[in-house]
Design a protein around this ligand. Structure first.
Ligand code: ADP
Ligand code: MG
Length: 464
């Protein structure tokens, strides 16, 4: 094998020993049937490709004998490999794209000159200007803990929550902190960029160029001490990229390199992501950020106002007015504050009273419906349909005429709003996420043979 394939861990000699051990571990018939005619195609430091005579071998070796094969290689090399089986010709016949995707892990790590390293960190997003309240305290604490000892405590750190709640801010804060306090190499990226980078390899027609590109790709994402990857939910549907990320993750994790991931939902709720990825996301510490409560919204507003010369002219009531009208996310708060600033800039008043704030912001706030998140609109629609109040729907009352509409509402929230189970639970009187899951399962199964329920649900949906 050429040097192109890097450090070959499993040599022909290891392969012979492997077959020897297997022949001792299996009975002669099994050995003759399943192992006598298999060949070593390729071995890299992560994968072993084996050629088998028939499809049935793929199934047998892949299902029944996989552990034995894996363990045997492990005994011989001390490593755990991904083992893949190919029919004759299948491996070679792969398109450039597949070859690259199958071998990207195997390309020799470049020993050439390093390109200047770009961390993508935004210096203005740091811990100092991340305002803390009850809804994000846990996330901030965990983030700081990771920043102080990267790779040592929570790996991966998985931050999740709705958009606009400060996930990206926190991730940059961690990265900046680490960069300032150590020489560690930190890379911030989004799952979109990771994906574009990766699929870029496949778009190169020229094989040599593809390999160079693959090499650079691998260097970029695996030769770091801290990998921050934002909005992982966008890997849904990108199977090959998920696979590549899986290997990147493993490599970094094995070497105690810190991985920080964000997502708009919890690992359990990332339904469409490969199970092996999802389970890895729970290895370290998953932390959620909730929408800021009133107190935190006021604190954030005050903190952000510090940047304006008129900050001390704003009355407490004006701040509270804005805070109570933007109950969604921090981005909405910032938008409103910027609007206020634009109005004030035209003619700086001596005092920014409640009346003035209302006047300045009334058009803006009525156009941008920041109050009433999606969950509350669903709750309202269901409550209206059943002639209940939203408060009763969210209450602890268990009588069927309330409990069933409540389950319908939970189901619709899940269906229509893309909110996580815990978040929905929280909005329904702080119920556990398992209650929400149960409600969704129940309504889904009732829907199968209950025409009337189907109609009710359609009617509510239309109203929404
Ligand atoms: P996400 O990544 O969760 O969608 P961002 O991190 O992009 O949200 O936050 C949206 C905006 O709100 C950013 O400008 C960010 O700086 C700001 N922000 C979010 N949370 C806070 C906070 N606790 N303190 C100060 N600013 C915040
Ligand atoms: Mg973000």
């Amino acid at each position: 094998m050429s040097g192109l394939w890097g450090v070959v861990m499993v040599t022909e000699e290891v392969w012979k020993k492997f077959l020897e051990i297997i022949s001792n571990e299996t009975n002669p018939v099994s050995f003759a049937t399943w192992f006598a005619n298999i060949k070593l195609l390729e071995a890299t430091d992560e994968k072993i490709a084996i050629e088998v005579p028939m499809t049935i071998h793929k199934n047998m070796l892949g299902d029944n004998y996989y552990n034995l094969i894996e363990d045997t290689f492990n005994k011989l090399t001390g490593k755990t490999f991904d083992i893949e089986f190919y029919l004759e010709g299948e491996f070679k016949k792969n398109s450039v794209q597949n070859i690259i995707e199958n071998t990207i892990d195997d390309v020799i790590t470049s020993n050439g000159a390093q390109e200047t390293f770009v961390s993508n960190l935004q210096p203005n997003l740091n811990f100092d200007n991340f305002v803390v309240g009850d809804t994000n305290r846990f996330a901030k604490t965990a983030a700081l803990a990771v920043a102080e000892s990267p790779g040592k405590i929570y790996n991966p750190l998985f931050i999740y929550g709705k958009s606009g709640l400060g996930k990206t801010h926190l991730m940059h804060a961690i990265g900046n902190y680490i960069s300032q306090h150590s020489n560690l190499k930190v890379l911030y990226t989004t799952s979109d960029d990771f994906r574009n980078d990766f699929t870029g390899i496949a778009n190169l027609n020229d094989y040599e160029n593809s390999l160079d590109y693959a090499n650079n790709f691998k260097n970029k994402y695996r030769n770091v001490d801290v990998l921050i990857i934002d909005d992982i939910q966008y890997l849904v549907g990108a199977e090959k990229t998920q696979q590549e990320f899986f290997h990147t993750f493993n490599e970094l994790h094995r070497n105690n390199k810190q991985i920080i991931i964000s997502s708009d939902r919890s690992p359990e709720d990332l339904k469409l992501l490969q199970e092996r990825l999802r389970s890895r996301f729970t290895w370290g510490l998953p932390v959620d950020i909730f929408p800021p409560d009133f107190n935190l919204r006021c604190l954030i507003l005050k903190d952000k106002m510090k940047n304006f010369s008129w900050a001390d002219k704003v009355s407490e009531e004006a701040i509270e007015y804005i805070a109570s009208n933007c109950d969604g996310d921090v981005r909405a708060l910032e938008g409103t504050l910027n609007r206020l600033a634009a109005m004030i800039a035209m003619n700086v008043p001596s005092k920014i009273t409640l009346e003035l704030a209302i006047d300045y912001l009334k058009d803006y706030l009525s156009k941008n419906i920041y109050t009433n998140n999606q969950i509350s609109s669903v709750q309202k629609a269901v409550a209206d349909y059943y002639n209940l109040t939203v408060d009763i729907l969210k209450s602890k009352k268990r009588s069927a005429n309330i409990a069933y509409p409540r389950q319908i509402a939970m189901y619709l929230c899940r269906l229509l709003t893309d909110e996580s189970f815990p978040r929905i639970g929280l909005e329904f009187g702080n119920r556990d996420h398992s209650t929400v899951i149960h409600a969704c399962d129940k309504i889904e199964s009732d829907l199968k043979d209950n025409k009337q329920l189907q109609e009710i649900i359609n009617e509510i949906k239309e109203k929404l």
